[in-house]
Design a protein around this ligand. Structure first.
Ligand SMILES: C[C@H](O)[C@H](O)[C@H]1CNC2=NC(N)=NC(=O)C2=N1
Length: 100
């Protein structure tokens, strides 16, 4: 997969198709609210499985009933298609966990 940094317009276009995700400096970011701490923790484990599968990892914070994460591509120090591929996979698994 291409790992060239995306332009601001390319990032904005892709974010427009990912409700809840937003630009955050040289990253993209999303926060989820869940029904309990255990639900949030289970979602973190699921995200970790997907990240290992993709070999692409977010920086993630587990709160009482929240999961907050940012994603960027370390090797280029910016946002690439790999970040959006991970974001889409996280969006796809979020409903399983009742994440808002
Ligand atoms: C060696 C390993 O494939 C690389 O370090 C991977 C691991 N996970 C990664 N995750 C992210 N977000 N960016 C990377 O450049 C990256 N590189």
């Amino acid at each position: 997969m291409a790992v060239e940094p995306l332009s601001q317009k390319e990032i904005e276009d892709r974010l427009s198709e990912l409700p809840g995700w937003s630009p955050d400096g040289d990253r993209i970011a999303r926060s989820y609210r869940l029904a309990s701490h255990f639900a949030a923790t289970a979602m973190v484990v699921h995200i970790a499985q997907v990240q290992e599968e993709l070999d692409h990892h977010s920086d993630l914070t587990l709160g009482y009933n929240t999961v907050s994460l940012t994603v960027h591509t370390h090797t280029v120090g910016g946002v690439t298609e790999k970040d959006f591929a991970l974001a889409r996979r996280i969006e796809a698994l979020a409903p399983v966990h009742g994440a808002q």
